[in-house]
Ligand binder design. Structure first.
Ligand code: HEM
Length: 416
């Protein structure tokens, strides 16, 4: 239904610049949305809100922060102690980074479970992966800015990984550093890029939404919408649902910011960077731990680096590696079990990545790394090929209007 504006000023603007119809088309009553979306579909809008929180708090922090090796650490302490509500800005920003990854990881696992990467949403998925890579680069560079021990040594370890590449490796590392060690030029460029990248992410999110609106959301049944009977207007139904989810999420976020603000960080980052003293264990932030575990699972440095990057790049191949005709795991009795094994493997990697690389953690990280890749390269193609999916409902409305019942044989057992 076309947007009807009554207010003459709004009409005047709309006639010249179609902002209101665009908003209506994106998140208003002009956007027909599958009527069966569950709470896992809240996480995209939550990610957008956290992105805004990060940008706003980041801009305020940048007003008081000094990107120089001799002043950076003290300027952060100045923000914490002297700047009005500086502590709040910093704790929101530091914990906001963690929240961003919590939300986006759930968003990705939702997509994996319901096959949202499958046709016709491949490009939507690809843009998502590029956003993830940009988020990781932003978070990594942001962690260097307070110039604590973990900032310095984390930056040293991760940038040094590029030296594993033969011939070009060392020149790349020198180029990244802007010198022969992680030093002031490195801190300066990291600050500059850390400020820039979130705006690049905003641009990518717009593309992400453009791709989303081309075919609309997937849904827990993985059956495409067949007509107006399968949809409800985004506003007010999903605006209200998203707002409720936001309220719950803000309580969770507030817990970290107000009651446990340093739990997700590392105590060593409250020690000023010292190139002469290496910390006993150099660990990245929790959201990098699974990838760090993959890196260290491989005895060869170059192999580890390639596998670590490969762990993300492999996501680009999913639309082709998944050979199933059915999108949603809800109708895939065998694949569903493997999905949870995959989740366990990721949790195993997360735990192992935070431990010293020896004994049980090292063994576990190797087993989980093997499964991580086997899941995509072996399980996905094979299970999709031999599994017999449960019968799909004819449309989204069928189970919704049938009181949530699925057709015979589709047994309502299991997760939705
Ligand atoms: C800044 C980060 C991100 C923002 C703000 C964002 C935003 C959104 C929004 C608002 C939606 C629609 C609501 C929903 O389905 O939850 C969406 C859908 C989607 N996103 Fe993202 N996203 C982000 C990152 C990612 C990443 C990293 C991936 C995958 C690697 C991804 C893949 C998808 C897919 C496949 C859909 C369609 C899901 C479906 O309809 O079933 N997104 N995103």
């Amino acid at each position: 239904m076309a947007l009807q504006l009554q207010n003459p000023i709004l009409k005047w603007i709309e006639y010249r610049l179609p902002v209101f119809s665009t908003i209506d088309h994106m998140v208003g009553s002009g956007y027909p949305t599958p009527k069966n979306l569950n709470y896992l579909w809240n996480f995209g809008s939550l990610a957008g809100i956290v992105l805004v929180v990060q940008i706003v708090t980041g801009i305020v922090l940048a007003m008081h922060y000094t990107p120089h090796t001799s002043l950076a650490f003290d300027s952060v302490e100045h923000i914490m102690r002297d700047v009005n509500y500086g502590w709040l800005m910093r704790y929101l920003h530091a914990n906001g980074a963690s929240m961003f990854f919590v939300v986006v990881y759930i968003h990705i696992f939702r997509g994996l479970y319901y096959g949202s990467y499958k046709t016709p949403r491949e490009l939507l998925w690809f843009i998502g992966i590029i956003i993830l890579l940009a988020m990781m680069a932003t978070a990594f560079m942001g962690y260097v800015l307070p110039w604590g021990q973990m900032s310095f040594w984390g930056a040293t370890v991760i940038t040094n990984l590029f030296s594993a590449f033969p011939f070009i490796g060392d020149p790349i590392v020198t180029w990244l550093w802007g010198g022969f060690a992680v030093d002031n030029p490195t801190l300066n460029r990291f600050f500059s890029l850390h400020f820039l990248l979130p705006f690049v992410i905003v641009g990518l999110v717009m593309l992400h939404l453009l791709a989303l609106h081309q075919h609309g959301s997937n849904n827990p049944l993985g059956v495409e919408k067949k007509g107006p009977q399968d949809t409800i207007p985004f506003h007010p139904y999903y605006t209200v649902k998203d707002l409720f989810g936001l309220g719950v999420f803000l309580i969770f976020f507030a817990y970290w910011v107000f009651f446990n603000p340093n739990y997700l960080g590392h105590p060593d980052n409250y020690i000023p960077a010292n190139p002469l003293v290496t910390p006993a264990h150099i660990v990245p932030e929790w959201y990098f731990l699974p990838f760090y575990a993959i890196l260290r699972a491989v005895p060869d440095k170059l192999g580890g680096v390639l596998l670590m990057f490969g762990a993300i790049l492999i996501l680009f191949l999913l639309p082709w590696l998944d050979t199933s005709r059915v999108k949603s795991s809800r109708f895939r009795p065998i694949y569903k079990q493997f999905y949870w094994v995959f989740v366990l493997a990721c949790i195993g990697l997360l735990w192992a990545g935070g431990q010293p690389p020896e004994g049980l953690p090292l063994y576990l990280s190797r087993v989980c790394t093997v499964y991580y890749f086997a899941h995509f390269l072996v399980v996905m193609p094979l299970v999709g090929w031999f599994e017999r999916p449960r019968p799909l409902p004819a449309s989204i409305s069928e189970p919704v209007l049938g009181g949530g019942k699925l057709p015979a044989g589709a047994a309502a057992r299991g997760t939705h």
